[in-house]
Design a protein around this ligand. Sequence first.
Ligand SMILES: [Zn+2]
Length: 342
Amino acid sequence: MSRKRGNGRRFNNNFSRKPSNGERSSDDPNLQESLKSNSYRTYTPLVSFAPPSAEVDDESTYYTVNLQLSPVQMGIMARNDHWQQQFKGLGAFNHYFGLLTTTANGYELCDVWDGYFHLTLVKFRTSIPPDDLECLFRSFTSHACSPAIPNLLFRGSQLAVHPGTTRKKERKKIDFVVLYIDLSPEIQEFYQAIQDLLNDIRKQAKASNWNLIPIDKLHVTIRKYSNTQIDIKAIPIKHLPIEFHCSRLEIKQTREQGLARYEKARKEGNNYQWWSGVTVIDGTCLGCRKWILSQDWAGFCLQCGKYESVKPVWSTDDIKDHLDQKLEEQGQNVETSTLNEK
Ligand SMILES: [Zn+2]
């Protein structure tokens, strides 16, 4: 089935909806027992859950400095003291929430595309034109030590809804659901260590409206397109928290900015590629060349299983080459889930 998105596009999430062989389903009695009896290890508690100021609409004008998640290649882990399971491949987050929630719509909680999961550190604006900015960052090096991002473990055990009242255009009034990052000594150390690099980026980009996300508000947005109300209190995430690593740090333009640059270049007879992976152009998936109804494009192609990511303005590229190579080997046809029981 397909869900109608709040912005008029349809979000197809019926890819591999069935659990693969060996995967546990949420009615597994052992898992349910584990969820009930779990006393998972605790990290330093989150500093505060006061709602952050309303999220600024970052979909048209802002650049962001993000830690990029790669659930398709790197997977995510659901873990408590009694049980763990890795989710890897297209729809990893959907499968996780599907397992976690006994109600039918757990699987459909997430509506962020697989290539778009990230953790924002900073939002900013700049008056430097996009092409010049990208050119400027081509030779960017920071003297700040770059922390080993892929080694850092992030853990989330709390969901929150934030109103979308300040969002623009058709997304106005569509609320966000975010997954907050639990604070650990490692995250605190990382957050301190990354500040020098962020400041170097700020200078290089001649940034204005520099909006640093406070450490206790670090989050991954998992739902931002659909307006169906979901009772997040019914999702027992505390009993089976999610863990993941990030692949790299990136400076990102928005998809809208990328599209506008592409169209401008096209009119001028030039090429500009804003995406990596595949996208849909003139109604056709660039991967399999099959016809796609534009309202059905949700960041990935159901026919060839490839997906779209916005190409970064700059990236730490720590393990990018490794990932690209792995991706090539796997042809992006990765398993949807892997059982990994203790
Ligand atoms: Zn395709």
